[in-house]
Design a protein around this ligand. Sequence first.
Ligand SMILES: NC(=O)c1ccc[n+]([C@@H]2O[C@H](COP(=O)([O-])OP(=O)(O)OC[C@H]3O[C@@H](n4cnc5c(N)ncnc54)[C@H](OP(=O)(O)O)[C@@H]3O)[C@@H](O)[C@H]2O)c1
Length: 365
Amino acid sequence: MAYNFTGKRALVTGGSRGIGKVIVKDLIDAGAEVFALAKTQANLDKLKYEIPNVNIIAVDLADWDATRKTVEIIVSPTGVRTELFEKVMNSPDLKKVYDEMLVRHPLGKITEMKDVSNAVMFLLSDKASMITGTILPVDSGYMFMKMAYNFTGKRALVTGGSRGIGKVIVKDLIDAGAEVYALAKTQTNLDKLKSEIPNVNLIAVDLADWDATRIAVENIGDVDLLVNNAVFFDEKIADYSFIETPYEFLEQSINVNLKSAFNISQVVARNMMKRSSGGAIINVSSLAGLRPFKGVSFYCVSKAGMDMMTKVMALELGPHNIRVNTVSPTNVRTERFEKVMNSPDLKKIVKQIRQRTKKMKHGHF
Ligand SMILES: NC(=O)c1ccc[n+]([C@@H]2O[C@H](COP(=O)([O-])OP(=O)(O)OC[C@H]3O[C@@H](n4cnc5c(N)ncnc54)[C@H](OP(=O)(O)O)[C@@H]3O)[C@@H](O)[C@H]2O)c1
């Protein structure tokens, strides 16, 4: 049999001698880039002498942490800068692994241990009490983990900023020094926001209207921070099986939850790229984008679409220093949530929600 593993990277543990050594040799003959892992440096040196283009790694497989870190450096798109990492980096044979990692990483830099520690600290603290089971990739510089923020000189746009979670984001951003635009559909809700937070800027537009939204966002000018948070969702409508779901719910959900974020991000990201300013975009999604929930198919598909949109945006905009992330809350204790929970008429819905979110903690915003 003839094999062709050109372009493939192979890791062979116990690759310094015996059967492992034969596998190493066969893989290299078939065109693979091979890493031979063993404990004894002398045996690896001997292997390297016999097969010069093998990459050698000395690590004791009985040491769980050291092994894990070593393999993570080889396979991870974002290596962590440990002592071991430095050792590997200083090896002339593995310098190219580092270079390849940087190229694969959208932001072109390696995660520092401090970044990981910041994430861990955040997840450990009460501030992260609403996060459970969420995939939170630490991909270089999760600076939001710092507890003090300064957004002076930045302009922020928050969709759905008139109430609920969006309103809290608006307030936090203003407290951190940003110039903030809150976008919503209903003027009265925006006016109420203004009476509570006088130095917010208001934009009233229906996000389901693609062209009107585009013009409204273009009129803001430069935006540095974008939070796509608006949503079409109401617990009262969260009771339709997939086959009974009315077209209007699907249409509104896709238009407001997904297409508007796509639309606004295009305008904002294009402007960021033109200015070479970089920037940050957050898509507020939901656990419903990651897991199916009965009765809300229209909502689930819009959020799943948003999650994939985030990934593609991050990939394409990373080289322009525009970071795009999703936060995916579970149920959050908003005014609407409290209203639903306390309404005697909505007992059935409350029961459904409780069933759906069984064992999930309610987040606080
Ligand atoms: N609340 C939760 O438990 C929960 C859980 C998981 C995820 N999330 C996500 O968190 C985000 C915020 O949720 P929330 O509960 O805080 O929302 P909310 O209280 O229902 O507020 C919705 C916001 O979106 C705006 N909006 C709705 N339709 C619009 C349209 N056609 N055009 C312009 N603006 C429109 C509303 O503006 P008006 O004032 O004009 O109506 C309002 O500001 C959403 O993306 C949601 O999916 C929430």
